[in-house]
Ligand binder design. Structure first.
Ligand SMILES: [Ca+2]
Length: 352
């Protein structure tokens, strides 16, 4: 039975990515922070996936300030030996949302603009940020490879909204945008995780989320409804910790001291689920729905709303692909298998 399931999984993966297929060119757009934060745990996965070629990493204020995102991503790339991947500094604040004392006290790194403390082990010894900004890089790389670049957007959508404002053709030229964001109350498990109905990334920059969702770009949305089906638990951590590579050592150092407190409720794998779609889209069921974001000040600021048909007030909303149901067993096996692989020895990607 197990062997049968493994064969079915392998066949599904081969169908999704035939041997010899060109890797997805991606830009990794992130409100990064050191592991155990999920953006970092996602980057460690993607770096070991031959199905994707990371052309660049763009940072944005979100979980923490953009200063922290910059320092931490440079350090992680050095630790795992992938310093050839360029990092472009992005938006230090949302488009409009200024934040309040409430925000500062509740996961308000995006608002606080704190300087970066030394990441564990110190700052990156030699790797530096690129001179160009994230927004300039996004516009340029999509122009250079029209119809080929996928943006994996794992934080507030500020950089993408600015790229769309800088270049009117951006939404038509990008291959697709895969977004971790939003929560849809009309589907199961659709409450918010920051305000009662708003998901954190969309709450931080609702105006940007609205611009991107209404842009007409091909979008795949990974909302909280599906994140809540993916919990990282101790047995899966232990499989990773049992292997010795620079990547697993980093995970062991950073997660090991916390695992004892998890019980059977480890952290949700928000960004990892969104990213896994690019490696094997058969891991999840999807639906095509209209999704819009409330950017009006008030109790629904940053709340996303979705439905199969348009409704009054949402005129201008576009249909996007929404991830709904995850095959968790196949997902977590893929995640652990990739994270525990030996470091990639393929030549570094061509610089865009
Ligand atoms: Ca994130």
């Amino acid at each position: 039975m197990t062997r049968h399931l493994a064969c079915v999984g392998l066949l599904a993966l081969l169908a999704a990515h035939p041997v010899g297929a060109q890797p997805h060119k991606i830009v990794f757009d992130t409100d990064f922070a050191f592991p155990p934060q999920d953006d970092a745990m996602t980057l460690l996965f993607m770096l070991n996936c031959p199905e994707v070629e990371i052309l660049g990493i763009t940072t944005v204020a979100g979980n923490r300030s953009v200063n922290v995102a910059n320092a931490d991503v440079l350090k992680v790339l050095e630790v795992v030996g992938r310093a050839e991947i360029p990092v472009y500094p992005g938006a230090a604040a949302p488009l409009v949302h200024e934040g309040t004392a409430w925000d500062r006290e509740r996961h308000g790194g995006w608002y606080a603009n704190d300087p970066a403390p030394a990441p564990p082990g110190g700052f990156a010894a030699s790797k530096a940020l690129e001179a160009r900004s994230a927004v300039e890089f996004l516009v340029d790389v999509v122009r250079r490879h029209p119809g080929q670049v996928t943006v994996l957007a794992l934080g507030p959508l500020t950089n993408l909204a600015l790229a769309m404002r800088l270049d009117r053709d951006f939404a038509r030229s990008v291959r697709q945008i895969v977004i971790m964001g939003g929560a849809l109350a009309s589907l199961p498990d659709g409450g918010g995780n920051h305000t009662p109905n708003a998901e954190f990334n969309f709450y931080v920059d609702p105006e940007a989320a609205r611009i991107v969702l209404r842009s007409g770009a091909p979008i795949v949305l990974s909302p909280l409804n599906i994140s809540r089906q993916a919990r990282f638990t101790r047995p899966w951590y232990e499989r990773i910790a049992a292997v010795d590579t620079p990547t697993t050592r980093l995970i062991r150092d950073r997660l090991g001291p916390r695992v004892a407190q998890w019980g059977d409720r480890g952290p949700l794998m928000y960004d990892q689920v969104a990213a896994a779609y690019l490696v094997d889209p058969t891991l999840m069921k999807t639906i095509a729905w209209y999704v819009d974001v409330d950017a009006n000040p008030g109790p629904n600021y940053g709340v996303s709303v979705g439905a199969p048909d348009l409704w009054p007030g949402a005129e201008g909303a576009k249909k996007v692909t929404v991830q709904t149901e995850l095959d968790f067993d196949r997902f977590i096996r893929l995640y652990v298998e990739r994270v525990t692989r030996p470091p990639r020895t393929s030549p570094p990607p061509t610089r865009p």
